[in-house]
Ligand binder design. Structure first.
Ligand code: A2P
Length: 333
């Protein structure tokens, strides 16, 4: 892009939308104009960005008629995205969409910039999908393993923060801490519980979140037949997802080389000094854009097995920061 882009933030009043703004500001992202969009409920509200007040506009069929938006960052739910992303694209924008609506469309790239930036070039529909939060953070260490030793099989077990369920998710945990079991986001009280239930249950007994991790992993790593399984669990943590990832590699590996491969991988930080109780932690990862990996050890039950513990801020790297990184790559094209 050879000019400063016009930006639209769709879902600007939400948890991820407001983090888009925070990250854009931190990165001093260049722009000519920026438009804040949300539902009719928020139209007319004011959002302050880089010291200037912006009035929130209602998203509708004509939102992209006159604004000449170049890049639209969407985080306003799947239904909104299904309807309005093509309208934004028809108006000349490239949409970076945080919902699950377009992720598995073969004509829509699904991108983690450190892992498969090559997929960003010339998106057929003018839409680029931001992967699921739990998938994004797993991709960095898996790509490092894939490139060096190949991957036979992956087993995910996740420990996911309530912020993944937006403002309502945060509210349920805050209520629980205050001794109130009222639930708005989850099927059961989250405080004092672990809920093996994220998104809806499907016919095969998996949750939709689990199938997202499985299918998105295959698409991003370009391994359509990779053997992957997942159990995704909501835990009483406000911010950052933690994941135990068990990997069986194609080729034998040396643990020291695995650690080196992780240290060399962009965006990945090794925190692994168990004698001093150093390993990735949700509270420490919160507010950061890196993915943290530790507990790097052999799975001694199989020939070429590896166990790792991976933590990242689910609203930043798992959503907003990854989308803004995609937008940064678009500027370079
Ligand atoms: P609004 O605040 O006006 O409802 P979160 O995931 O934190 O709940 O945020 C969801 C975001 O998506 C909010 O900014 C919300 O706007 C926006 N949103 C939800 N439905 C629509 C819609 N139909 N059109 C535009 N924005 C929507």
């Amino acid at each position: 892009m050879n000019k400063k882009p016009n930006l639209a933030i769709v879902g600007a009043t939400g948890l991820v939308g407001s983090t888009f703004l925070k990250v854009l500001e931190e990165k001093d992202f260049p722009f000519e104009n920026i438009y804040m969009m949300a539902s009719a409920k928020s139209a007319g509200k004011t959002i302050t960005f880089r010291g200037r007040d912006y009035t929130v506009e209602e998203l509708n069929e004509h939102s992209f008629d006159d604004h000449r938006v170049d890049i639209a960052l969407f985080s306003a739910g799947g239904g909104t995205s299904l309807k309005f992303s093509p309208i934004a694209a028809a108006g000349g924008a490239i949409v970076v969409d945080n919902s699950s609506a377009w992720r598995m469309d073969p004509d829509v790239p699904l991108v983690v910039p450190e892992v498969n930036p090559e997929d960003l070039v010339s998106p057929k529909k003018g839409i680029i999908a931001n992967p699921n939060c739990s998938t994004i953070q797993a991709m960095l260490p898996l790509k490092a393993i894939l490139d060096n030793w190949g991957i036979k099989r992956v087993v995910y077990s996740t420990y996911q923060a309530v912020s993944g369920a937006g403002m309502k998710g945060l509210g349920d945990l805050k209520n629980g801490v205050a001794g109130n079991d009222t639930t708005n986001a989850f099927a059961h009280p989250i405080f004092g519980n672990c809920l093996p239930h994220i998104d809806v249950f499907l016919e095969n007994g998996y949750t939709k979140e689990e199938m997202k991790m499985i299918n998105e992993t295959r698409k991003i790593l370009h391994c359509p037949d990779l053997r992957v399984t997942a159990t995704t669990v909501r835990v009483p943590v406000f911010m950052s997802h933690s994941e135990s990832i068990n990997i069986e590699t194609e080729k034998p590996f040396d643990l020291a080389d695995v650690r080196k491969a992780f240290e060399a991988f962009p965006g990945l930080v090794v925190q692994d000094d168990v004698q001093n109780a150093v390993y990735p932690l949700a509270r420490e990862a919160a507010g950061h854009d890196e993915v943290f990996v530790g507990r790097i050890r052999r799975d001694e039950s199989v020939e070429n097995g590896l166990n790792i513990w991976v933590v990242a801020d689910n609203i930043r790297k798992g959503a907003a920061s990854n989308a803004v990184q995609i937008a940064e790559k678009l500027l370079e094209l």
